[in-house]
Design a protein around this ligand. Structure first.
Ligand code: VG1
Ligand code: CO
Length: 583
């Protein structure tokens, strides 16, 4: 057995190691600076209680992006030096973010060990490669992202750090082969356990969904399917689940081999970046070569996001979570005994609110970022939740879950068609959504992103909007000068959240303008970018009249878009005449 020593290395703090909405994300060129990663990892160990480090089992893996393999070796050596007992690594360093959450919650080691946390190596939907982004975040024992109390401590530690511990002479571990490697250090044994990246997650999905009924749908000649992993880690799960377990054709998978640079693209499942899928589904500028599939879906780099498409049809993520919630009890065995409650992030449309009200479910509105759902779920208050940013999930884990969302939609389709496989025509994704609007009304919704704007200009714009809020009558005067065909602004504020479980308060979580007819404008600065600032503008309008729920969304929202852009002086502040991405 290899014996290692522990060295204490002197270091000095780096600026800007504050974890954002979902961990620390920076350019690879920043992460590879000597000690940069080391400082953050040691600051994390120092922020955790001793029993979560000494003698503990921790998971280290990610979406496989460039620099992951080096980062894993560094973290293994630092874990060994900090007295960690075992490090679990997914084969080749690959684990989707939802799979990490599942592994923390469900996996039991051969010796009965359970993980107490995980370093997840991903910058999610941000591009990867030597000139792009890397990221790291820490998840806790419940499988969810570290709460702000911990991330604040990590950040404070990064500002004062003087030394870190590392087992420099520990040889690199071969993470390409499953198996356990034993080492011995000053504090005793240390193991690195490389395990299959998909098994634990697949087992969990089998326990949640009725695989047999989904299989019937996927093998039916009437049903066609396409899944695009955008070269991210979702590919390995898609192959295992959709093809091997559920009988989909191998040719229904596109971009399903994980690449370190995601093939040079943005691994972001939306109508702009998932180009190949969007064209195949008949939603692109050019017509597809073949008849589009009945169902299409895509994931982001770390497979926690999902985009759901029908033939020539886009499902907004806000509608998607509402529709899953409305159908879960009938269509998904895991929810058969009822939903504990539902939740959405503040900028997500109120489609879910209407479902909750109709079904008499507990409902929560939380700030942006999945970490806010965790407390509700741990307290048994929430079963299904979602964000407008293509994130949907449930209390089976403590992360959003891209493959789960696809299985949820396939379950709903399988349920709606269960007596229909011999009939004329299948109930389609579009049929389900249109029917949902007819029942609950429709929330027209769009998001404008202004990426990589000058950070100072973005701050000024936000400050301007907050200032404006001091007088509602002034706001309404300006609004009416811009358009007369929108209703009155009845509330203007910054969203603030008090966690109903632990009472913690999160302030400045987005600037809101709420209109009398239920329409909303929301402005936020992104917390996941790695350069400059990204302004997000969310625009929503509720239409109850079922004769008006099938309008073109951009047309329906045009008056509000006009108001939002002029009210915020978007072009004046940012110099941008158009957003980078519209979803
Ligand atoms: C964005 C989304 C947010 C999501 C976060 C992490 O954050 O708006 O809803 O939870 O990304 O998603 P922001 O602060 O940039 O708006 V992922 O897939 O990057 O883990
Ligand atoms: Co992600």
């Amino acid at each position: 057995m290899v014996v290692f020593q522990v060295s204490r290395k002197e270091t000095t703090p780096f600026d800007g190691q504050k974890p954002g909405t979902s961990g620390l994300r920076k350019k690879v060129s920043v992460f590879i600076k000597p000690n940069y990663l080391h400082n953050f990892v040691q600051s994390t160990f120092n922020a955790l209680s001793a029993d979560k480090v000494k003698g503990a089992t921790i998971v280290v893996s990610g979406d496989g992006r460039y620099f992951s393999k080096d980062a894993i070796q560094i973290i293994i050596k630092m874990a060994a030096a900090n007295g960690v007992r075992r490090v679990w690594v997914g084969q080749n360093g690959l684990l989707s973010t939802p799979a990490v959450s599942a592994v923390i919650r469900e996996r039991v080691g051969a010796d009965g060990s359970k993980a107490s946390g995980a370093f997840i190596l991903t910058a999610s939907h941000n591009p990867g490669g030597p000139h792009e982004d890397f990221g790291i975040k820490y998840n806790m024992e419940n499988g969810g992202p570290a709460p702000e109390t911990i991330t604040d401590k990590i950040y404070a530690n990064t500002k004062t750090i003087k030394e870190y511990l590392i087992a420099e002479d520990l040889p690199d571990v071969d993470i390409s082969a499953v198996g356990v490697t034993h080492f011995n250090g000053p504090e005793g044994d240390f193991d690195v356990d490389v395990f299959d990246s998909t098994n634990d997650y697949v087992k969990l999905m089998r326990a949640i969904f009725d695989f047999e009924s989904i299989r019937k749908l996927l093998v039916s000649p009437k049903f066609t399917f396409c899944y695009d992993a955008l070269n991210g880690v979702a590919g390995i799960y898609a192959k295992r689940i959709f093809v091997e377990e559920l009988g989909a054709k191998e040719s229904s998978l596109i971009n399903c081999i994980p690449k370190e640079d995601f093939g040079g693209g943005h691994p972001d499942p939306n109508l702009t970046y998932a180009k190949e899928l969007v064209t195949r589904m008949g939603l692109g500028k050019s017509s597809p070569q073949d008849e589009p599939p009945e169902f299409g879906a895509a994931a982001d780099g770390d497979a926690d996001r999902n985009m759901i498409l029908g033939k020539r049809f886009f499902v907004t993520p806000s509608d998607s979570v509402a529709i899953i919630a409305a159908n879960a009890v009938e269509a998904i065995p895991y929810f058969a005994s009822g939903l504990k409650g539902v939740a959405r992030s503040m900028p997500t449309s109120a489609a879910l609110d209407v479902v909750a009200k109709n079904l008499g479910l507990k409902f929560f509105e939380v700030p942006t970022g999945w970490k806010f759902f965790g407390n509700l779920m741990d307290a048994g208050l929430c079963s299904i939740c979602g964000e407008e940013s293509f994130g949907t999930g449930s209390d089976h884990i403590r992360e959003k879950d891209g493959i789960w969302a696809v299985l949820a939609w396939l379950s709903i389709l399988a349920y709606k068609n269960k007596n229909n496989f011999n009939g004329e025509k299948l109930v389609t994704v579009e049929d389900i959504v249109v029917q949902h609007w007819a029942t609950y009304g429709r929330h027209y919704y769009t998001r404008y992103d202004y990426e990589n704007v000058d950070a100072a200009a973005a701050k000024e714009l936000m400050a301007y909007l907050v200032n404006l809020q001091s007088s509602l009558s002034d706001v309404n005067k300006i609004v009416k000068e811009i358009r007369t065909d929108v209703s009155n602004v009845v509330q203007a504020d910054e969203f603030e959240y008090k966690d109903p479980v632990d009472g913690s308060i999160s302030k400045h979580q987005g600037i809101r303008y709420l209109f009398e007819d239920g329409s909303r404008l929301v402005f936020r600065l992104s917390g996941t970018g790695s350069e400059g600032a990204t302004i997000r503008l969310y625009i929503e309008q509720y239409e109850k009249d079922s004769s008006k729920t099938q309008r073109n969304s951009q047309e329906a929202l045009a008056p509000l878009v006009d108001v939002a852009l002029k009210l915020s002086k978007m072009q004046e502040f940012t110099g941008r005449s158009a957003p980078t991405v519209i979803t």
